[in-house]
Design a protein around this ligand. Structure first.
Ligand code: MG
Length: 365
């Protein structure tokens, strides 16, 4: 199975409701789709989200990175040489993690197809069902409470609440949601860098003293403020998770050694794909640190890859935040991973099992 061509396309899918965090508001998924073609007729699919405020990647930079820099290094490569291909992708250029992720996902899809097995089996196997939380966007308190109640009614047992806009209001938001869903859902908070270290400690102590039980607090402070992250981790009982602060394996080692966070959020768009995500999971496992697997605003192409990884590494990836597909108004993918609200299950189709993608416009250059 030899790589013959790398094609790009644009996939647009409206969201059911706008996705609002302390950093941004999004109402439509607009992701780059990569299809890698081979001389055997097999096609591998990948997807890149353009999350400029987190990874620095834009549609233009992703297209240029893949088309001009990464793809030319892959033509003629044999899919059986997975490690060699991964090195060629990762060594093609600095950063550009979302572009690398999309290409790696398509390569891993092909590699598993080569052996006729679902990707999670090729990564070591596991129970092919995971349960995801759902994001509650930051908004007026009444709207957040209503969204939370509706998510619980839809069967979600864990809610990821977006906060980080205004410290006083944030505390009231969380208290109101906690009171509304008490006992029926686990609550995760994601401040998306919106607080100072001292604000974060104040907010968490206020919530903890009020008896509000939280599963974790994600990225309370600015991404680069590792000392600030550690300041919070040292002072609150609620486990603190690093998201925007850590991208690759080296940063994870540094963070764990500093004890700056209790949990690591792995996202393929930050790691540059599956190979580094595996490394991070293995590093965390060595240190006895748990991981979450998350996603950007992604559809069921790249999220499928994250699901396969989560299944294979479920001993260390104990928390799943893969609600991208359930935020979409429709599933553009006819494929092997079934997204049914909180329950995500994987079938026996080889690779990622993607048969067709709807609404995908080829980028002709
Ligand atoms: Mg986050």
């Amino acid at each position: 199975m030899k790589i013959t061509e790398v094609r790009l396309g644009m996939l647009r899918v409206p969201l059911k409701t706008p996705f609002k965090t302390a950093l941004r508001t999004v109402d439509t998924v607009e992701d780059i789709v990569v299809s890698i073609h081979t001389d055997t007729g097999h096609v591998g699919y990948g997807e890149a989200a353009a999350t400029a405020v987190i990874t620095g990647d834009t549609h233009g930079s992703i297209i240029e990175a893949i088309d001009k820099v990464i793809a030319p290094r892959l033509i003629g490569e044999e899919v059986v040489d997975l490690n060699r291909i991964v090195r060629r992708i990762q060594g093609a250029m600095e950063r550009n993690t979302s572009a690398k992720a999309a290409v790696e996902i398509a390569i891993y899809d092909l590699w598993a197809q080569l052996y006729g097995a679902p990707l999670y089996r090729m990564l070591g196997g596991g129970e092919p069902v995971v349960s995801t939380d759902i994001t509650i966007s930051v908004d007026h308190i009444d709207k957040m409470v209503a969204d939370s109640m509706s998510a619980v009614d839809r069967g979600f047992e864990t809610l990821k609440i977006k906060i980080g806009k205004d410290i006083g209001l944030d505390i009231e938001r969380v208290k109101a949601i906690h009171a509304a869903v008490e006992g029926r859902a686990l609550l995760r908070l994601d401040a998306n860098q919106g607080w100072t270290p001292k604000q974060a400690v104040y907010a968490m102590r206020t919530l903890e003293d009020a008896g509000v039980q939280l599963e974790l607090l994600e990225q309370p402070v600015h991404a680069r403020d590792i000392a600030g992250l550690k300041y919070v981790t040292d002072r609150v009982h609620t486990p603190v998770m690093a998201d925007e602060s850590v991208f690759g394996p080296a940063e994870v080692i540094d963070l764990i050694k500093k004890r700056a966070a209790d949990i690591i959020n792995i996202k393929l768009m930050k790691t540059g794909g599956i190979s580094n995500a595996i490394r991070i999971a293995d590093i965390a496992s060595v240190y006895g640190v748990e991981c979450m697997i998350g996603c950007m605003i992604e559809t069921s192409i790249s999220v499928a890859a994250a699901v396969h990884l989560a299944i294979a590494k479920s001993d260390v990836i104990t928390k799943v935040d893969l609600d991208g597909p359930s935020l979409c108004a429709f599933d553009p993918v006819d494929g092997g991973v079934i997204f049914n609200e909180s329950e995500i299950s994987v079938g026996e189709a080889p690779g990622l099992g993607i048969r067709a993608i709807r609404g995908y416009q080829p980028l002709v250059r």
